[in-house]
Design a protein around this ligand. Sequence first.
Ligand code: GCO
Length: 477
Amino acid sequence: MYHDQITSGSLTFREPFLLGAATAAYQIEGAAHEGGRGASIWDTFSHTPGKTADGATGDVAADHYHHLEADLDLIASLNLDAYRFSISWPRVMPLGDGDINQEGLDFYSRLVDGLLARGVEPVVTLNHWDLPQSLEDRHGGWRGRQTSYAFERYAEVMGAALGDRVAIWATHNEPWNNSYSGYGSGAFAPGVRSHEAALRAVHHLNLAHGLGVAALRRTITRPDARVSVVLNIFRIEAEPGHEEAARRVDAIANRAFTGPMLRGAYPAELFDYTRHVTDWSFVQPGDLETCHQPLDLLGVNYYEVMHVRGAADLDPENLSLGGTDFPSSEYVETVQPESLERTGMGWGIEPQGLTNLLLALTEEYPELPIMVMENGAAFHDQVTQIDGRPAVLDHHRTSYLIGHATATHRAIEQGANVQGYFVWSLLDNFEWALGYGPRFGVVRVDYETQERLPKLSAHWLAELCATRTIPHLREHP
Ligand code: GCO
């Protein structure tokens, strides 16, 4: 197995380097109709028949809203340096703009205080996809420019409320999924299927990012706070002779975001590749300057390498929304190398891809420190008994994490400017359209009783955080 080939036990993450775990509001909080929370597009989507596996919703999820103190203690027991979570926008601003729900702000304030009291740095994501439904209804969600301005106001409200205490802020999480899966393939909320809508969403997310960063800079007061964005920048590998397919995906999936945010321009080839879809007239004068704000950090999520080849038989005159995610459905096929080991969801396991990604990012943006804001895997966990007590011996997940923590360390050794590594996820949770089937947590959640059970991987993570050295795989905790 691949974990036999890696050496661990001697690789140390030297400070300053944050080790942590991540979650997102809609995936764990539950309490969908409590505390003055407004509806989000994920409430509407998950309650629409046929949109999620088994009709699963985030109504209860891991019920984190009602387990706040216990979950804080759990986080402390894992020795995390930092905990990354997201704010539910409709919990603090039920209509997205307009009135502020103090009860919602108080919840996050308690969370932040509870982390700091336990010596854990709070890392906040503002937009992890649960857009207020009211903004979807009134402005077409991310298709509409007004949503970017609503986001600016929301960022200002959060900066004012938590800006004295939060260590790291991220505007968006994976705007790629937010736009292409939400408005292109329709696999995610709000379930719109239109390439034009997806590209409008891309731009309005970029614009919101810039407006949001500026709003945070105006309001946060913690002197060492850092502002960032979390992107799932794809590590793309093309089959020999298929480099054009890789360039296409890179432009549409990666540079459509890094271009405006980090360089202040869309790549010219993006306009070529999408000419049949839109003339991009929704980009207004001055927008690209707004999108391009200095950042203190770049967050990246990494799960697997995207292997691609050109799809010669697709007729460019007759485009359809095949496949799941634009742009891979157009001209490009993703391929699954047979040689790879896979997670329980079939995702290829390639730690080297993470090393390569981090090195490539430092080469391209030498001034910008990087944090791996999500990395992890779903496997089919079994609850067993050890000494009469329940246990989850998730050797596969632990091996995956050892492989990728090691890959991160290798990238640092080779010069990558990496300052953090966060495991996805703290808890088993609502895996979006896939519902509660895939379990990504290092802590098991029994959805009947809401009991938490740290898996072997949680013990591994606790040891990593305590010793700062990547522990070996053990049979038992
Ligand atoms: C994402 C999100 C997470 C997912 C995780 C596993 O990357 O899609 O940030 O919310 O749950 O990535 O798919």
